[in-house]
Every structure is written in C-alpha cells, then in structure tokens.
Design a protein around this ligand. Structure first.
Ligand SMILES: [Zn+2]
Length: 113
C-alpha cells in the first residue's frame, strides 16, 4: 500500500488537531492499525519519520497498536479471531461471517509537548 501518503495524511491531521488545541509540538502519536488494513507498520514507521520532518511532529514518538482481526457469524452470533477478510464460523460452519475488527487505520491519541 501507499504508506507515504498515509503518513503524510496522519501528519496533516495531527497538526490540524494540535493547532486547534493551541499546541506547537507533538511528542507522541498513537495509532490503531488492524492487521487486515493492508498497512505495513514497519514501512509506515519509516515513512512517518520522513513525513514528520520539519513539521510539528518532528521527532515525535509513534506508537502503533495492532488490532487482531475478529469475525462475527451472522447465523449464530459467534465472535472469533480470523486470519483473512473472509472466514468460516468455527462454531456452526457458516460462511456468513462479517469481519468486525482488524481493518482499522485510526489515530487514537496525540500527546502535545
Ligand atoms: Zn456461526
């Protein structure tokens, strides 16, 4: 995926938020990234430090919380961990399974210096 453009949009969003709160420098950004989001976290870390250069986020610490994918069966309501975008219910065998977690790509919190 295009980690550089993701990193740049994170920097933009965090800067906008920090300005609203009257901050000038950000010390930590906490992200939530689902394992099915298609984002390579190592690549994102690398792009983040490049995107953060000469911004309010320069030198900020990036904390990434990886979210384990979970499916929910539409037939029996069972929730269970999944490995992929589609899955078979481990309880009743149904294929009508919604992936309800694991696709996240979100900023959870920012810490101003
Ligand atoms: Zn089921």
């Amino acid at each position: 995926m295009h980690e550089m453009s993701i990193a740049m949009s994170i920097v933009d969003a965090v800067e906008a938020r920090a300005r609203e709160e009257g901050g000038e420098k950000i010390s930590t950004v906490e992200l939530e990234i689902g394992k099915l989001s298609g984002v390579e976290t190592e690549s994102l870390r690398f792009c983040f430090s490049a995107a953060a250069a000469n911004s309010m986020l320069e030198g900020a610490r990036l904390e990434i919380r990886e979210v384990q994918p979970e499916g929910e069966c539409l037939d029996c309501g069972n929730r269970f961990p999944v490995e992929f975008h589609y899955a078979k219910c481990i309880s009743c065998g149904s294929f009508r399974v919604d992936v309800v977690a694991g696709r996240e790509l979100a900023i959870r919190s920012i810490t101003l210096e």
